[in-house]
Design a protein around this ligand. Structure first.
Ligand code: TYD
Length: 206
């Protein structure tokens, strides 16, 4: 049987601390002897770079075009990075995956359920989704005051509230919801508990 790694997706609105938590979890898993591949979407490939360059000019894209770009980026991400890493038995930690498309492009008017169905035709199901939860007001506060950044078009508070509402409605079994308002150390502790639980369940069923 082919070696199969583990896929963990980090999701949530902007400013929830996904990249900090991925770095902490990558170190934790590496210390336990796992080979870890940390990655992100939008990717650093051609579609991902195009998406980043369009951040401030979203009005030039239709909702259809925007969805098509995120889907193209993901297809490439799955083909070039995620599937090969899983085939090598690695633990893949991805900063955003298809629930981001369901939530963000869903907030633009696309049907979130349909987006999920389309993605699951080609994108492997995550073993665990860490969904970091924060109020849109706290998210905006963190982006502006703590990072000192201005908000890109994806990050306006009214838009984030719509995105957060869609994230809040997901009911899949593989989702672990974690309150991201706590300290980074506390959030990490909760994530480790969920990951250890998932790893132990995987061993039992192997
Ligand atoms: P983000 O994770 O904030 O990237 P970075 O911090 O590395 O710049 O992602 C950029 C934005 O893209 C974020 O506001 C959410 C949005 N996004 C979507 O709208 N749809 C998607 O499918 C993905 C993956 C991201």
């Amino acid at each position: 049987m082919a070696e199969r790694g583990i896929l963990i997706a980090f999701e949530g609105i902007d400013g929830t601390g996904k990249s900090t938590q991925i770095a902490l979890l990558a170190d934790y898993l590496a210390a336990k002897g796992y080979r870890v591949a940390a990655t992100r979407e939008p990717t650093d490939g051609p579609y991902g770079r195009k998406i980043r360059s369009l951040f401030t000019k979203r009005c030039h894209l239709t909702a259809e075009e925007e969805l098509a770009l995120f889907m193209a980026d993901r297809r490439e991400h799955v083909r070039e990075l995620i599937l090969p890493a899983l085939a090598e038995g690695k633990v893949v930690l991805t900063d955003r995956y298809y629930l981001s498309t369901a939530a963000y492009q869903g907030a633009l008017g696309h049907d979130p359920a349909r987006i999920i169905v389309e993605n699951e035709k080609f994108a492997p199901l995550p073993d665990l989704v860490i969904l970091l939860e924060l109020t849109p007001a706290e998210s905006v506060h963190r982006i502006k005051n703590l990072r000192g950044e201005s908000l890109n078009d994806f990050e306006r508070e009214d838009g984030l509230a719509a995105v957060a509402a869609i994230f809040a409605g997901f009911a899949m079994d593989n989702i672990a919801r974690i309150d991201a308002a706590a300290s980074p150390v506390e959030v990490h502790r909760k994530i480790v508990a969920k990951v250890d639980e998932m790893l132990a369940a995987g061993k039992d069923s192997a």
